[in-house]
Design a protein around this ligand. Structure first.
Ligand code: TRP
Length: 435
């Protein structure tokens, strides 16, 4: 079986903080060590241009983020680790996708809509200060994902819509030009903590409440001393509930350590002492990485070489794939025999999934949905009559994925087939019927 491909991008506009470490870097580095997965982590510097027009900051952030991921243990030999702007196939694919993407789809993107709503509320023109780059953000992101036929995209909730849009674009393209793209799925890690920041709200650059991951030791201590607490005096029992300090501690500590701090809270530990414990616990995890980080930051030329090697490795996949896509859409050399005028499109009909109805020995009527190559995607339970089976098929054809939940009782799970594949097949059928 092909390995599962996991891909995620990090926009290069800031300095990694503890929230990024706990929420993204640490779980991703751990996941990248799983056998049976190919991981793609990249610095989304084209995306950075959408929200940042300070060249020095983009360059600095690219270095800091790259050094942070490597310092945290990412092994560039084992994964694909590259800078988006080193892969010219990405903007090229962005254009091919833009040409199969409805403008209306992009009108519905949350980030764009939020900008328009803000303008409308302020009484200005809807598109004031909205760049075409912001509008195209989802297309560039779809190119990142589809270029490497990635399956799992670990992202925050705010990015789910972008993954859905990438699927829409993949489906439109596949429908027009044949099956080239895999269907990606967002992966939201429920178990990963969102870290509170200094003021107790979610740690985020936009709230200016972050603790840089690799702040020097003494600065780390100072920053931790600034975490908000209530005004309970030493000796007074303290609440763990709603305590940012406690939550941050939990994200770094073992279960036993956490229980020990919980008892200390109940026994009235002084806030200053609790902060000192938190500081020492974080520093214990961060210090060895900080040392590697500082070494990497001191040698930007080596970092550059690592990124270029990563890009070369990624392009071994991207370059031939892009050639295939150019061929598919008709960006072709004229030297070889040009397609005869009127030559048919690739046989799209044959490339569609299909429903098959049949009767089993038990006398019941069944159907299944198979993909273009005949692989089983969906299996029904038994129906008393062929008419009942036919009605269920008609609902799936007419309503598409919307019918899946309503029909859940009449469907049987197929091992190793994800809902995204089923939804994609139903959508492809629907698209074909509407074409
Ligand atoms: N938009 C993502 C974010 O802000 C970053 C990103 C760019 C990304 N391209 C991607 C994430 C592709 C996942 C896959 O978090």
């Amino acid at each position: 079986m092909n390995p599962l491909r996991v891909l995620t991008g990090i926009t290069t506009t800031g300095t990694p903080h503890l929230g990024n470490y706990v929420g993204a870097i640490r779980p991703a580095v751990a996941a990248s060590r799983n056998a049976g997965t190919d991981s793609f982590y990249f610095l989304a510097d084209y995306h950075a241009l959408i929200k940042c027009d300070e060249p020095a900051r983009i360059q600095r952030s690219t270095l800091e983020i790259a050094a942070s991921w490597l310092a945290a243990g990412l092994d560039p030999e084992r994964v694909f680790f590259y800078r988006q702007s080193d892969i010219p196939e990405i903007p090229e694919l962005t254009w091919l996708l833009a040409c199969v993407t409805g403008k209306g789809l992009l009108n519905r993107a949350h980030a764009y809509k939020a900008a328009v709503d803000k303008n409308t509320a302020a009484g200005t023109e809807p598109d004031t200060d909205v760049t075409a780059g912001l509008f195209m953000y989802p297309v560039l992101m779809a190119a990142d994902i589809l270029m490497f036929k990635s399956h799992r995209i670990p992202v925050g909730r705010d990015q789910i819509q972008h993954i859905e849009m990438a699927r829409d674009m993949a489906q439109s393209f596949n429908h027009l030009y044949g099956e080239h793209f895999a269907m990606p799925e967002a992966a939201i890690e429920e178990s990963v903590a969102t870290l509170p920041g200094l003021d107790g709200r979610k740690m985020s650059k936009s709230y200016d409440n972050t603790i840089p991951l690799f702040a020097p030791r003494e600065q780390l201590r100072k920053l931790i001393a600034g975490i908000v607490t209530d005004s309970r005096a030493p000796g007074e029992p303290k609440d763990t509930e709603g305590s940012a300090l406690f939550q941050i501690y939990q994200a770094f500590a073992s279960a036993e350590e956490t229980e020990a701090l919980r008892s200390a809270y109940a026994e009235g530990i002084a806030w200053g002492d609790a902060k000192e414990r938190l500081f020492e616990r974080i520093d214990r995890e961060v210090a060895p990485m900080r040392e590697r980080y500082e070494a990497l930051m001191a040698d930007p030329a080596r970092m550059e070489a690592t990124l270029l090697a990563g890009a070369a490795k990624a392009r071994q996949l991207a370059t031939p794939f892009m050639a295939e896509l150019r061929q598919a859409v008709g960006l072709r050399g004229l030297g070889a025999q040009a397609a005869a005028a009127g030559a048919a499109r690739p046989a799209i009909k044959a490339a569609l999934p299909s429903f098959k109805q049949y009767r089993e020995k038990d006398g019941q009527f069944y159907f299944k949905l198979v993909d273009a190559k005949g692989h089983l995607l969906l299996q029904s339970a038994g129906f008393a009559s062929p008419r009942d089976a036919g009605q269920a098929i008609a609902r799936l054809q007419g309503e598409g994925k919307g019918a899946l939940d309503g029909l859940a009782d009449q469907l049987r799970p197929v091992p190793d087939v994800g809902r995204a594949d089923i939804e994609a097949a139903l959508q492809a059928l629907k698209n074909a019927a509407e074409a």
